[in-house]
Design a protein around this ligand. Structure first.
Ligand code: PEP
Ligand code: MG
Length: 884
């Protein structure tokens, strides 16, 4: 090919290293073919992702691609000993999509291609093949019609249903050859009616159109949605694998199934999977027939079963990852159709990682790198309270572990809408399909009445780490009326339901949930992570209970204590309001004096949990009006009282209203908050500092140990602000030490970095700051000029849909903008103070991708909510592994 780009590769020419070009499926099939016996792979070829990109650019296949397909087809025909379109013994092929990363069920497939009136007739004339021929042809018309011509799948299904009821049978398998032949004629009629053309009869034309249709499916709605959810770039394209068909629907010595090299649900050693005798692969995954457990295959097809176990295990060793394989047994001979890394629920992923290291299959760095850290929080999700007596309304197939509780919704759009309102929902469907992916994302859990562990619902739920119960056949779901009946109960949309994806239990009780603890495998992964990571991990915690949780999950300290939360309890708010309403400094000081002991007690609780560890406390940040009632509420109350008291105005309420209006700001996010408050009302910060250092002194005296105190000034823009606040802190602390007649408790003063200006003058700020803590929430708001609440509720969805951004910048750090500001601040800050401490305490501190960035940027630690601490530990290790 003289160095020119090639667009088509025979299986023998590819291998696992060619994933980008051949797609994951194509590359792995080629690799299996390369491995040779005992693995038997039906012959075929792969049209590359580059051919797809060129096709999507031009809107048609390149002539070169068509030529190469013809050549590859000729080679395939030679190898198979059959010809596409041969009227007596035709070659039939499957045409499947396969992107670089697997996107299960998101793109399209056409099976049994090569059938037309002539070849189907020829095939039907072969001994014992009549029913098989018509059944294959009707399946082909259905798939070609749906995938290539966009005909509503349901039109075909309806024709099958009508025919079955006419014949008085319930199963497809009860239809005879003549029935199926009649169905073929009906399907052709539907095809012609819907498309205005007769079903193409030239197999080469069928093939080229099918390849083009699979390329088009890369831009189908569900594929786009899947890519958005999984961060897969739009410009990868999909490859197409064309492979000789083998048939699992050739009687009792044939069958199809999927196998996993370890338990697909728990990750425990031992091959698992699903299997159906006398069936094609689509029957196993579509949920139209309930598959058998793979172990059943040992009794029915023992030789093929033993070989399958041997090959699956061998493939796991070869690919060095848990495998998910598809296979077909055709008249006793086992064929491998696909092998890929198995998507597994988070706790199985963790177990597999630990076991594989134990078995010497992987180094711990490799095993850790394979984990999807962002999914690990599912391991700490709650379970049903074991003390509570759960009364199931039914029990289905436990398909994806974890419990979920919420209100019933019967449609994906409903799930998305209700979840957007903050409601926790369970998506309930007879079975799910690719178009439901957005619903999976929105729902807490998934419940279906049909399908098994290999059904679409099960696979997607496991992939997303969502609890799922499948095949709960006692549920009688009526999608039109939006109700379901189960064992005499009638449940509608909005009713409560709870599912346990580990036991299959479904209940309508409001079962209390309890927090989970990491299991032994997760503990092991965390232990390795701690040994391998460089970044420290702290937690954002304001209350002792949160601090305790953070410690349990392995936080090394507190990276952000937001002190405003301490003013919000019922007993505090009144005092806080009195302070804000005060008309003189003396009144304000009196009100603050009442708050001080409460604050001190809070800090004592926090410090007791964190003795000897770093605790970073931020002085008050939000604008004062956040602690006051809303003006509209006050107006209403004033009017109500006036009506009751017959015209007597309430002086106190009038004063409050006046003060609320005085403090109201057009844009509080950019208003009188952060250190601006400290400058205007220094006595607030003074009281806070008094509470902090006196609590630390008490702890030191009582427990013999105080935390490593770090006092932090929020929302700094100017070096002068920081200097003034730092003086205030040091002066107040010295006074407290004098009053208590103790040695001053050691502490450092640092600043939040939350504004672009602060990043740019970081060298000057570092002269007065022992540490920086990046507040990436505000830094994102101020760098992008996005107010988070307005962006998330309004335009950000549009930005995501149009892929102006791939993920919300409030969820994962915007490297180009905010990231650049951060690295500038790190470099300038360290230049003027080499020992400057550097941390991050915005939401991004718990996001694995952002953590990788913070590692590269050279920060010392990340701080995140207690629940995300384990994720952050693993992600920090992964970042260290990736850069070592
Ligand atoms: C931040 O801005 O990132 C931060 C941690 O502060 P808050 O979220 O409290 O504004
Ligand atoms: Mg902030």
């Amino acid at each position: 090919m003289s160095g020119a780009e090639r667009y088509v590769y025979g299986f023998a020419e590819g291998g696992m290293e060619m994933r980008d070009l051949l797609g994951g499926k194509g590359a792995n099939i080629a690799e299996m073919a390369r491995l040779g016996p005992p693995i038997r792979v039906p012959a075929g070829f792969i049209v590359t992702t580059q051919a797809c990109i060129a096709y999507l650019d031009r809107g048609e296949l390149l002539p070169r691609v068509e030529e190469e397909i013809d050549q590859a087809l000729a080679a395939l025909e030679g190898e198979a000993g059959k010809r596409l379109g041969d009227p007596t013994d035709p070659l039939l092929v499957s045409v499947r999509s396969g992107a670089r990363e697997s996107m299960p069920g998101m793109m399209d497939t056409v099976l049994n291609l090569g059938l037309c009136d002539e070849t189907a007739g020829g095939l039907a004339a072969r001994p014992g093949a009549e029913r098989f021929a018509w059944d294959s042809y009707r399946r082909y018309i259905q798939m070609f019609g749906d995938v290539v011509c966009g005909i509503d799948h349901d039109l075909f299904e309806r024709a099958i249903r009508d025919l079955k009821s006419e014949r008085g049978v319930t199963l497809d398998t009860e239809l005879g050859s003549e029935d199926l032949r009649g169905l073929v004629a009906e399907f052709k009629r539907i095809f012609a009616e819907q498309t205005g053309e007769v079903l193409p009869q030239e197999p080469r034309v069928q093939l080229l159109r099918a390849v083009a249709a699979v390329f088009d499916s890369w831009n189908g709605d569900r594929a786009i949605e899947y890519r958005r959810l999984h961060g897969i770039p739009d410009d990868w394209g999909t490859a197409v694998t064309v492979q000789q068909m083998v048939f699992g629907n050739r009687g009792q010595s044939s069958g199809s199934g999927v196998a996993f090299s370890r338990d697909q649900i728990t990750g425990a050693p031992g091959v698992s999977g699903d299997f159906l005798v006398d069936a094609q692969g689509e029957d196993v995954v579509s949920g139209t027939r309930d598959p058998e457990d793979l172990a059943e295959m040992a009794g029915v097809l023992p030789e093929a079963y033993d070989r399958l176990v041997e090959i699956t295990t061998m493939l796991e060793r070869h690919f060095r990852d848990m495998q998910d394989v598809e296979f077909t047994v055709e008249e006793g001979t086992l064929y491998m159709l696909q092998a890929r890394s198995a998507k597994r629920p988070p706790h199985a992923a963790v177990r597999v990682a630990v076991d594989m290291v134990g078995e010497g299959l992987l180094e711990r760095e490799e095993a850790l790198a394979k984990l999807d850290a962002s999914r690990l929080d599912a391991l700490l999700h709650p379970s049903f309270d074991p003390e509570y007596v759960v009364e199931p309304v039914t029990v289905g197939v436990p398909a994806s572990p974890g419990v979920a509780k919420g209100t019933i919704v019967f449609a994906t759009e409903k799930a998305v809408d209700r979840a957007a309102q903050g409601e926790e929902v369970i998506l309930v469907r007879p079975m799910t399909e690719a178009a439901d992916v957005a619903g999976f994302n929105a729902a807490k859990g998934i419940l279906t009445s049909e399908g098994g562990k290999a059904s679409h619902a099960a696979l997607v739920a496991r992939g997303m780490g969502k609890p799922c119960v499948c095949g709960a056949s006692a549920l009688d779901i009526d999608l039109e009326k939006m109700v379901m009946q189960v064992n005499g109960k009638v449940l509608g949309e909005g009713d409560l339901i709870a599912i346990d994806g580990s036991s299959g239990v479904v209940t309508t009780q409001d079962v209390p949930l309890v927090d989970a603890e990491p299991d032994e495998y997760f503990e092991k992964v965390l232990e390795w992570s701690d040994e391998l990571r460089r970044l420290g991990v702290r937690a954002n915690a304001d209350r002792p209970v949160d601090a305790e949780k953070a410690r349990r999950f392995g936080a090394e300290g507190i990276g952000l204590c937001r002190t405003e939360h301490m003013f919000l309890g019922a007993d505090r708010l009144a005092k806080m309001r009195a302070m804000i309403m005060a008309e003189s400094e003396a009144d304000r000081r009196a009100a603050l004096a009442a708050l001080e002991p409460l604050q001190r007690a809070d800090f004592e609780g926090l410090f007791a949990v964190m003795a000897g560890r770093p605790v970073t406390i931020r002085l008050l940040d939000p604008p004062l009006h956040e602690f006051l009632p809303h003006a509209e509420d006050l107006v209403l109350e004033i009017e109500r009282r006036l009506a009751v008291s017959g015209g007597e105005p309430s002086v106190d309420l009038e004063r409050q209203l006046h003060r609320v209006r005085e403090l109201e700001e057009a844009n509080p996010m950019l208003g009188t908050r952060g250190c601006r408050l400290g400058l205007l009302f220094p006595e607030i910060y003074e009281v806070q500092v008094r509470a902090i250092v006196s609590a630390a002194a008490v702890m030191r005296r009582r427990e013999g140990d105080a935390p490593e105190l770090e006092i932090m000034i929020p929302l700094v823009d100017f070096a002068e602000e920081l200097r003034a606040m730092r003086d205030l802190v040091e002066r107040t602390a010295a006074q407290v030490a004098e009053e208590l007649a103790t040695n001053p408790v050691p502490f450092t003063v640092g600043t939040m970095i939350e504004l672009p200006r602060a990043c740019l003058i970081a060298d000057r700020l570092a002269r007065d700051a022992a540490f920086f803590s990046f507040g990436t929430n505000d830094l994102t708001q101020t760098a992008l000029g996005f107010s988070r609440d307005d962006a998330e509720g309004r335009f950000l969805t549009e930005y995501l849909q149009r892929r102006i951004v791939d993920r919300s910048p409030f969820e994962t750090i915007d490297r180009e903008g905010v990231g650049e500001l951060l690295t500038t601040a790190v470099e300038r800050g360290r230049r003027s103070r080499p020992e400057l401490g550097l941390g991050i305490c915005g939401e991004h501190g718990g996001d694995p991708d952002s953590i990788a960035f913070f590692h590269e940027a050279g920060l010392d630690y990340v701080s995140c909510s207690p629940f995300r601490v384990p994720i952050a530990r693993v992600a920090a290790a992964q970042a260290a592994i990736a850069t070592s």
